[in-house]
Design a protein around this ligand. Structure first.
Ligand code: SAM
Length: 268
């Protein structure tokens, strides 16, 4: 039997972070969805403005590091407007001749995915049925069979997920034995001087650009804050190993002084 005082106590609620805010865990997914719905139409132009175009080089390097085999099938999760899918298919065309690979994009946000679909509408890749789209949550890919993909990618997506460890476990489930998980994500700049300059850019320049270009300061404040909440390089490499992946060496490569890192793991 509960006493009156016990009954009046608020129910314990699980919380998580949304940028620097603490929110109920169950609310995060829809808050993140709102952010990306708000930025979807300006997403590509903002990426160029915030990174001075450097995000293109990071993504190019990501696909070169992936070096997909001829005919490989990629699941690109949090695929957004299709930057990774586009580079993957272009790489396949350049290197694989007739052995066509394919990519399936998954994203929780239909507005982002629609931007991607529009980008590829009428392209030869769409005509060849080498690209597909599904709205879905990286944490629960129940529409994807076990052991079904050669490659899994997630670029600038996992830090927005409520449970990154569940995302990596799902990646392990859907990859074939021998398959490879690859993640491109903002990480930690270790040099203190560079880190200070980067903080200045992140907390002053990026929200201002968001306000000027996308008319949305709050979403870009969230994006910057979410980077600080994501585990640093070694911590994330451990999450990947805990999910069952084997890593080579420390399991990641830093780009631009650790502004971003490429993490990689193999399912054996
Ligand atoms: C910063 S964008 C990155 C898009 C693209 N991969 C790129 O590199 O340009 C992050 C994407 O992650 C998606 N996302 C966030 N949480 C997700 C989740 N739980 N499952 C699937 N996608 C998610 C967002 O909707 C958004 O499209």
């Amino acid at each position: 039997m509960h006493t009156r005082a016990q009954r009046q106590q608020p129910r314990h609620e699980e919380t998580t972070h949304f940028g620097f805010k603490t929110v109920p865990t169950e609310a995060k997914e829809s808050l993140v969805r709102d952010v990306f719905s708000s930025v979807a139409s300006k997403y590509d132009v903002m990426n160029d403005a915030m990174s001075l175009g450097v995000h293109r080089l990071w993504k190019d390097h990501f696909i070169r590091s992936m070096a997909p085999a001829p005919g490989a099938r990629l699941l690109d999760v949090a695929g957004g407007t299709g930057d990774i899918a586009q580079r993957f298919l272009a790489y396949q065309d350049e290197t694989s001749g007739d052995a066509q690979g394919s990519v399936h994009m998954v994203d929780i946000n239909p507005d982002m995915l629609r931007e991607g679909e529009q980008r590829f509408a009428g392209s030869r890749w769409q005509q060849q049925a080498r690209i597909g789209y599904t709205v879905g949550n990286a944490e629960k890919l129940d529409f994807v069979e076990d052991n079904s993909y050669d490659l899994y990618s997630i670029a600038f997506g996992i830090r927005n997920c409520t449970h990154p460890d569940r995302v990596v476990k799902e990646a392990f489930r859907v990859l074939k034995p021998g398959g490879r998980f690859m993640c491109l994500e903002f990480s930690r700049v270790t040099n203190p001087l560079l880190a200070a300059a980067y903080d200045l850019h992140s907390f002053y320049v990026i929200p201002r650009l968001g306000e000027l270009i996308a008319g949305d300061r709050a979403s870009y404040e969230y994006l910057v804050e979410s980077i600080r909440r994501f585990p640093p390089q070694d911590g994330f490499a451990q999450i990947i190993r805990d999910a069952g992946f084997a890593t080579i060496g420390k399991g990641y490569e830093n780009l631009t002084f650790g502004t971003v890192a490429i993490h990689s793991g193999y399912k054996f």
